[in-house]
Design a protein around this ligand. Structure first.
Ligand code: HPA
Length: 247
């Protein structure tokens, strides 16, 4: 049976059907994965879901054990891994509620365990990281979104910030000047570790707010999130279910 894996961010647990069963939290040589995985079958496909921020959603972006999460999935040899990431929209086409499939990223994070090449436990690798997301997977997701009638922005640059605080308007202006369309806190080092692990990886980003300094008059980031998280995740769920049908 073919298997695919999802690493779900904020709110993404609602994509998991009630019939899914749990597998024990994986202990790896890099420590414990964020949580137990949830597993279900979609036709002939096995889908494995790992909640990035733990069962209670309490692990902050800079404390996620990205290495353990990727190692846990690597051991299952999935045909593809999709990260589901809530993000802020910077440029006008990345409007709140929209599904975005980034094709590029800029890493602004620091101090995270960001490689398996730690000089002790694994051999040194200088992986090629351009493009940072699997292009075939990205275009399959774009096709699936189209088939599901979900509007999608199929290319974008994802700026990955350290968090957990949100950005200042000046920081968002800088990201915009760098070419970022969306901003989030979790695509790195996840994407680079997936590359090191030899996994096909892409991101389904859901825009849940306008970024700092880009808000509508009177709006707040948390207010935007309350308004747009459900609709954005609904779009991701529909696109992903259409993608499951394509295997
Ligand atoms: N900035 C950073 N990360 C985020 C945002 C944001 O505006 N929204 C959701 N994740």
């Amino acid at each position: 049976m073919k298997r695919v894996a999802l690493i779900g961010g904020t709110g993404a647990g609602r994509i998991v059907p009630e019939t899914a069963h749990s597998r024990a939290v994986t202990q790896t040589r890099w420590g414990r994965a964020s949580a137990a995985t949830r597993v279900w079958e979609h036709g002939d496909l096995e889908v494995v879901f790992l909640p990035r921020h733990g069962e209670a959603g309490a692990i902050p972006p800079h404390k996620v054990n990205y290495r353990a999460n990727i190692e846990c999935l690597r051991a299952l040899a999935p045909a593809a891994v999709i990260g589901i990431n809530a993000v802020g929209g910077i440029t006008p086409p990345a409007w709140p509620g929209r599904l975005v499939l980034p094709d590029q990223l800029i890493d602004y994070t620091w101090g995270r365990e960001h490689t398996f090449s730690d000089g002790a436990n694994a051999g040194l690798q200088h992986v090629e990281f351009d493009p940072p997301f699997d292009e075939a997977l990205r275009s399959a997701l774009a096709q699936a979104a189209l088939a599901a009638g979900v509007d999608v922005l199929a290319t974008a640059t994802y700026g990955v910030t350290q968090g957990p605080r949100l950005e200042t308007a000046a920081e968002i202006d800088r990201l915009a000047a760098d070419g970022c369309d969306i901003v989030g806190m979790t695509a790195m080092p996840e994407a680079a570790l997936a590359r090191e692990a030899g996994l096909r990886y892409a991101v389904c980003a859901v825009v849940v707010n306008r970024a700092a300094g880009r808000l509508a008059p009177g709006a707040t980031i948390h207010g935007d999130m309350g308004q747009f998280l459900d609709v954005a995740l609904g779009h991701a769920g529909r696109a992903l279910r259409a993608w499951f049908e394509m295997w």
